[in-house]
Design a protein around this ligand. Structure first.
Ligand SMILES: [Zn+2]
Ligand SMILES: [Zn+2]
Length: 258
């Protein structure tokens, strides 16, 4: 019941956003200049695109941490090599700083859900090499990292789901939501890495396990921090039979397992 109310609220919210978008002319969300053709003015879009391309130039394909131009990425980078992550690869649009951080923070609010399509345009447009490397089979699933229903209800929507739906469309793969978050851990960010891993170990369950068997999954979230949340979600998918899990996020913090 509560969940259907949350869904009804989300529908009303998105109708209102659509109405506002029609009624008011676009202005760039970053610099505020009027008459932007979409979320960003051409100048801000160019800057975002350039930064995303540069950020993708030398990052670890396994954990998405930036590394020097001559880094050796065999079986990961110097930070993640030999460390079990739960997922097989990770691709981020860029580091969690500056405008990308600001956009991720805005996306947490349902009224800014409309930022998911332009962010996913950037991700899909600037990560062509990474998408090639993933070699996603045509029957791969695009799956969001879920919120616990209490947080979902409080926030009115899940930004990871908005991103996953958009990425699925751009990659021509199907969207599925087989994961459930069964443990509500609101203060996760304040915990140490081992405590966080302990709390998260049983935090996710996967439904429809027979359909997941043998599947490649693109697991989507907004921000990859220590990798513990995506790792726990990926492990739940693998317990349910997923063959390979690749993480797609908008931003990556440099807080690597510390
Ligand atoms: Zn602008
Ligand atoms: Zn790495």
């Amino acid at each position: 019941m509560i969940r259907s109310w949350a869904r009804a609220g989300a529908v009303v919210g998105s109708l209102r956003s659509a109405f506002e978008a029609v009624m008011f002319p676009w202005s760039c969300v970053l610099c505020g200049v009027d008459g932007a053709p979409g979320a960003f003015c051409p100048g801000c879009l160019d800057a975002l695109w350039d930064r995303a391309v540069k950020a993708g130039a030398s990052v670890c394909p396994r954990c998405a941490l930036p590394a020097g131009p001559h880094a050796n990425f065999r079986r990961g980078c110097g930070v993640c090599r030999g460390r079990p992550l739960g997922f097989d690869a990770a691709v981020a649009l860029g580091p969690y700083e500056g405008t990308l951080r600001e956009l991720c923070l805005r996306l947490k609010h349902r009224r800014n859900a409309w930022l998911a399509p332009p962010l996913c345009d950037l991700w899909a447009g600037t990560r062509l090499d990474a998408i090639d490397r993933m070699a996603l089979p045509t029957d791969a699933w695009v799956v969001p990292v879920p919120l616990h229903w209490r947080r979902h209800y409080g926030r009115g929507y899940n930004q990871a789901e908005a991103l996953a739906r958009e990425l699925a469309r751009r990659l021509d793969r199907s969207f599925h939501a087989p994961l459930r978050r069964v443990i509500h851990a609101p203060k996760l960010a304040t915990l140490s890495a081992p405590a966080r891993a302990r709390v998260l170990r049983e935090a996710f369950r996967a439904r429809e396990s027979s359909a997941i068997r043998g599947r490649t999954v693109l697991l989507v979230d907004d921000v990859l921090t220590t990798g513990a949340t995506c790792g726990a979600a990926a492990r739940a998918l693998k317990r349910a039979g997923a063959k390979k899990v690749v993480v797609a996020v908008m931003a990556r913090t440099d807080r690597a397992w510390t």
